[in-house]
Structure formats: C-alpha cells, structure tokens
Design a binder for this molecule. Structure first.
Ligand code: 13P
Length: 253
C-alpha cells in the first residue's frame, strides 16, 4: 500500500518555546509511527534544528522545511538551500503551497526548478496544488490542477516522480473551516491519479501518496483519510493543537 502521511504545517506560527512544547507534547503521546505510515512536521526554518533533534531516532517521524530556494548556493540573502536542509538531516520540503504561490509569486516553472534541486539532494518534495474558489465555482478545477501538475512535474522521470508526495489543497478550504467534502476530495484525488496514470502508467500512479489539505481536523480526518485515493493530510491550524494532531496521525489508514 502507498505510504500514508500526516503532515503538520505550522506556517508562520509559534515561538521557539511554544514549538518545543507542542512537539514534546505530541511526541510524549506518539513516540514512533508504525511502518507504512509517517508523521511529518513542517516547522518554521529557525526551528528545524530543534525539531530534527527531537525526532532523531524516532521511527517514521520526520521534519520538513516549509520552503527552499531553487539555486544550490550563493548570493541569495535570506534564502535556504537544499544543501543546508540536507546537512541538518531534514528529509522533506513543502513546495508550492498556495500561500507561497499567492504572496511570493511562485510560478509552476519556479516550482519545477525547486523540485529538481530537492530531488538532487534526496529531499522529498511535498508538492502542493489546488484551485481558488472562483475556479471551483466555474467548475474548471480539474483543468487548473492538471496544468499545475503538467508544468511543475511532468518533466520528471517515472523514478523521480515516485519520490514525490502530492498535496491537494483547495484554496477555498484552507484556514476557512470549510473542508472539501470527502466526496469532493476523493473526486480530485482520483482525477490527479488518473492524470499521473496517463503520463506515467498505472504502477507509478498507484504508488504516489496524495495528501488532502484544507481544514483537516480530528473530527473529519477519519472520513477524509478513509477515501480510497486520499493517503493522509497536510494540516495547518489543527496541527498546532497537540491532541488534534495526535488524533489526526491515529486516523491514518
Ligand atoms: P488549514 O488546515 O489551517 O486549513 O491549512 C491547510 C494548509 O494550508 C496546510 O498546508
């Protein structure tokens, strides 16, 4: 079976002390995650070392960066390279979050470059895609997401693609409390998998973990993750509450 993943995205929240407390609290309740499942914590960059130290040696618990730059190194003040992440032992990076696309003008092409460099350094990209409300209301969400996949992923070989995790996050469901219904989530996840199948074949498509993100919480996680093509979640707000995120990890298939 595909890997099932509960990924926390803390976004730009919490002080170092609050982050440590939250992670300690969660890890006191879940000290390892069983094979076939993973818990991932995408923490703010200044907390990567702290988080990496706390999860070190814990089975199937990993740390992610929330972003990285597309260049190897050099005069890019303020940016974070994948080589830096690798040197910390960080194994995941969230790329293409809608907030970065919107506020920092990240294009599908830039994301293709970021994905390439992450893969070069053996860091697993959690590639986010998803449509805004106007596109959903116009009923063209499939075309919109298909284009995101095409422009950021389809230059990859099948072997490279299999190292990627995809997160479908409809923008209208992020931080709004308005979750996609499990049927809406499944419909898009199945569509994404079909696109991957058309391009890379069924075996590759069936092996890719596709997460759902957008107002996932303990109360809806089981139902969402129970859908055949939903392989876990990328969680914002609810990942800042220890008991909520523990329940979300426990709701994985
Ligand atoms: P919320 O869970 O707060 O809706 O955020 C989702 C998200 O953007 C995760 O990356």
């Amino acid at each position: 079976m595909r890997k099932q993943i509960a990924a926390a995205n803390w976004k730009m929240n919490l002080t170092l002390q609050q982050g440590e407390e939250l992670l300690d609290n969660i890890l006191s309740k879940i000290s390892s995650v069983e094979e076939g499942r993973q818990a991932v914590f995408a923490v703010p960059a200044p907390y990567l070392v702290m988080a990496q130290q706390k999860v070190a040696g814990k089975q199937n618990i990993f740390v992610a960066a929330q972003n990285c730059y597309s260049k190897k190194s050099g005069a890019y003040t303020g940016e974070i390279s994948v080589e830096m992440l690798q040197s910390l032992g960080v194994t995941f990076v969230v790329l293409g979050h809608s907030e970065r696309r919107e506020y920092f003008n990240e294009s599908n092409q830039l994301l293709a470059d970021k994905i390439n460099i992450a893969l070069e350094y053996n860091i697993t990209p959690i590639f986010c895609c998803g449509e805004p409300l106007a596109i959903r209301e116009a009923g063209t969400q499939n075309d919109f997401v298909a284009q995101q996949l095409e422009e950021s992923l389809y230059h990859l070989s099948a072997e490279q693609l299999q190292k990627i995790v995809i997160a479908y996050e409809p923008i209208w469901a992020i931080g709004t409390g308005k979750t996609a219904s499990s049927a809406q989530a499944e419909e898009m996840h199945a569509f994404i998998r079909l696109q991957l199948q058309d391009k890379y074949g069924i075996d590759v498509a069936e092996s890719i973990t596709i997460l759902y993100g957008g107002s996932v919480k303990a109360a809806n996680a089981k139902e969402l993750f129970g859908q055949p093509d939903v392989d876990g979640g990328l969680v914002g707000g609810a990942s800042l509450i220890a008991d909520e995120f523990v329940a979300i990890i426990n709701a994985l298939k």
